[in-house]
Design a binder for this molecule. Structure first.
Ligand code: MIC
Ligand code: SF4
Length: 644
């Protein structure tokens, strides 16, 4: 039987397990990346492992999320990460150098390699044929220490592309179309492999937009073949030697095949507050727009920015609209400046923001009260923009420009012809904002610099055989990590200060949660389907842990969050009969007995002491995961010799 592209990379990196969907496999990891909002915690964890140098082929620490520096906190974290990078053998990408995924694609990613990153959009690397996955910070720390990365062997989905995108229809619209078809949980447990004749019509930045947005489907990762187009991109980045060809076998077997004819697609838009709430742009025409933001790791490549500049050239944005443009990297920004495209962008009335995540994670540029914001980003979860009642829509750069010019949602196909955008044969290469590590000898004498914002992370607790605790919060379907642990300009600077962060936990759902959870001492959270979708932030597990949460019972979990819960020593359980969810009420006292036996049999019984009802729970854990929970989290497990 032939293999898919992903299966070939897995075959070359598997260190334990079998390539049978649903079973646990461990993979050797070639490259890691971190960003600052999750990086501080990951490096604090790495430091406790006692490893003197990273053991990967390449590890890069990026600073791109927390760059506002409205107090000392972010600057302290940056210096801490820089000092860790120098000592332990990592490259350090300075603030201003760009968004981790964009820079990694440009300068470091290699087809056929494995990459994990403490950021859920790490699959962007799939655009050049990497097996690139988002992971919790602790998993990244373990990989840096030479440990394997454990995942459930995914199913293989194939999207077959035919035809060619029409003018003003883009890779973003392809992603939105797939979200419409599959929903935000349709990719859970799967790798999405893109193939078919239509692939040849897509450039690397377009492919990277698509693999980036695959995260919103809940997929383990997404991947494109590595072909002549990949070679040309790497060559233009001065790295042709990194090219290897990668394609699936003709007789590769897929669990699901989806056909998309690129020629038939229309401009699409995701409405508030979910990336899968997708309709055509034309169906919303005339809706007044207050703000437009162009950028983020999804749509901030040179290709995107050149298109934006060409469409804005010689025009002025509508007086009622505020437009921000954040190029994805220093390379993109300086090439825009060199060719004059930046002047066209600025002359239109746009506000230029730093090469960083910025408004995507609520770090500035929040919309006005009740405002409508059209963004070329990948997430429009409630409150994420920093304005609680903001209405965020996700669109392509072309649709964003059309709205910025007219002041209302406008089908970009109504604009005049798309100006021709010519990509350079050579990108401008200047890696001066990437600081290399010290050599191993010098590194021994280097000190780590720790500012006062860096607080110790919470101690996890070994799993007990019986758990009696209050149901401290009951929530519905598709709870995101932004609900659990919000980000934004006021909170993000405290990512290395769990006690402070805890005041904001679940605030979007229930302001009283942190106080009540603390008062309860021990708590259980009950959720619906796809609990924990979105970000890889392990803070969404560490903060509940700090507040006494010992178990989460949900109808189903998102992949990275379930792993983060286990790593933090919180047991994830599911309902054997999903309708039992309705029998449980907030503040009930729940009791689960005989947990160790249940971990082995996969079956547990919960008693609701208030109603007297017994509910069957399922518990699907590998031996390694049981070991982690019994040890009290991954750090303790590794420390107790559980090994990497
Ligand atoms: C996001 O897009 O939600 C983030 C911010 O990049 C997160 C990481 C984080 O919370 O720091 C992600 O996607 O993993
Ligand atoms: Fe940054 Fe937004 Fe991309 Fe997350 S999704 S990495 S916040 S740009």
């Amino acid at each position: 039987m032939g293999l898919t592209i992903a299966q070939k990379i897995i075959r070359d990196h598997i260190v334990s397990g079998e390539m049978i969907a649903g079973g646990e496999i461990a993979l050797r990891i070639d490259q890691t990346l971190t960003q600052d909002a999750t990086g501080t915690m990951a490096y604090l964890e790495f430091e406790t492992m006692g490893v003197s140098r990273v053991k990967t082929e390449l590890s890069v620490a990026y600073i791109d999320h927390n760059t506002l520096q409205s107090g000392f906190e972010n600057a302290d974290d940056h210096i801490y990460i820089q000092s860790v990078a120098k000592k332990y053998g990592l490259f350090f990408s300075r603030p201003g150098n760009g968004i981790c995924h964009q820079v990694h694609l440009e300068r470091f990613g290699k087809p056929g390699k494995t990459l994990i990153g403490s950021d859920s959009h790490t699959p962007t690397g799939g655009g050049i044929g990497m097996l690139a996955m988002g992971a919790g910070g602790l998993d990244v720390a373990v990989a840096m220490g030479g440990g394997a990365y454990y995942i459930t062997m995914p199913k293989m989905f194939r999207v077959n592309l035919t035809g060619k995108l029409q003018e003003f229809v883009t890779a973003k619209d392809v992603s939105l179309e797939l979200l419409k078809i599959l929903s935000v949980k349709g990719g859970v447990g799967a790798i999405i492999e893109w193939g078919g004749e239509g692939v040849k019509t897509l450039s690397v930045p377009e492919r990277a937009t698509i693999t980036n947005m695959g995260t919103e489907l809940g997929a383990t990762t997404s991947i494109f073949p590595s072909d002549e187009i990949t070679r040309d991109f790497l060559k233009a980045q001065g790295r042709e030697e990194d090219y290897v060809e990668l394609k699936s076998d003709c007789d590769a077997v897929y669990d699901k095949i989806i056909d998309i004819n690129l020629s038939e697609l229309k401009p699409m838009i995701a409405c508030p507050h979910s990336p899968d709430n997708v309709v055509t742009v034309e169906s919303l025409k005339g809706t007044k727009v207050d703000q437009v933001c162009i950028g983020s790791c999804t749509n901030s490549s040179l290709y995107d920015m050149l298109k934006v500049a060409a469409l804005l050239k010689g025009k002025t944005i509508a007086p009622s609209v505020s437009l921000s443009v954040s190029p994805g990297s220093k390379q993109v920004l300086s090439m825009l400046a060199d060719c004059g495209a930046l002047t066209d962008i600025l002359a239109s009335g746009a506000r230029l923001l730093e090469c960083a995540c910025g408004p995507c994670i609520g770090m500035g540029f929040s919309p006005n009260s009740g405002g409508v914001s059209l963004r070329t980003f990948n997430r429009n979860f409630e409150g994420r923009s920093g304005t609680a009642d903001g209405h965020v829509y996700l669109v392509s750069p072309e649709t964003a420009v059309a709205a910025a010019l007219t002041g209302e949602i406008t089908d970009p196909r109504l604009m005049e012809n798309m100006p021709e955008v010519i990509m350079p044969e050579k990108f401008k290469i200047d890696d001066s904002a990437v600081i290399p590590p010290a050599d191993a000898e010098t590194a021994k004498g280097l000190k780590i610099v720790r500012g006062p914002n860096i607080k110790p992370f919470p101690e996890s607790i070994p799993q007990a055989d019986i758990l009696r605790a209050e149901l401290v919060l009951k929530v519905g379907d598709n709870i995101t990590t932004d609900h659990i642990m919000p980000a934004g300009a006021k909170i993000l600077p405290y990512r290395s200060n769990i006690p402070y962060l805890s005041k904001f936990c679940f605030r979007v759902c229930d302001e009283t949660f942190p106080e009540r959870a603390k008062a309860a001492g021990q708590g259980i959270i009950v959720g619906g389907n796809n609990y924990g979708q979105g970000s890889s932030r392990e803070h969404a597990a560490l903060v509940p842990l700090y507040l006494g949460v010992r178990a989460v019972i949900a109808k189903s979990f998102a992949r990275i969050h379930a792993a983060n819960l286990i790593n933090a020593g919180i047991i994830p359980l599911t309902f054997e009969n999903p309708e039992d969810y309705d029998c449980l009420n907030q503040s009930d006292i729940l009791c689960i007995k005989d947990i160790f036996n249940g971990m082995d049999t996969g079956k547990l019984v919960l008693t609701d002491e208030k109603t007297g009802i017994d509910i069957k729970l399922a518990c699907s854990l590998t031996d390694r995961q049981k070991g982690i929970l019994k040890a009290g989290g991954l750090l303790r497990y590794v420390g107790q010799g559980g090994g990497f």
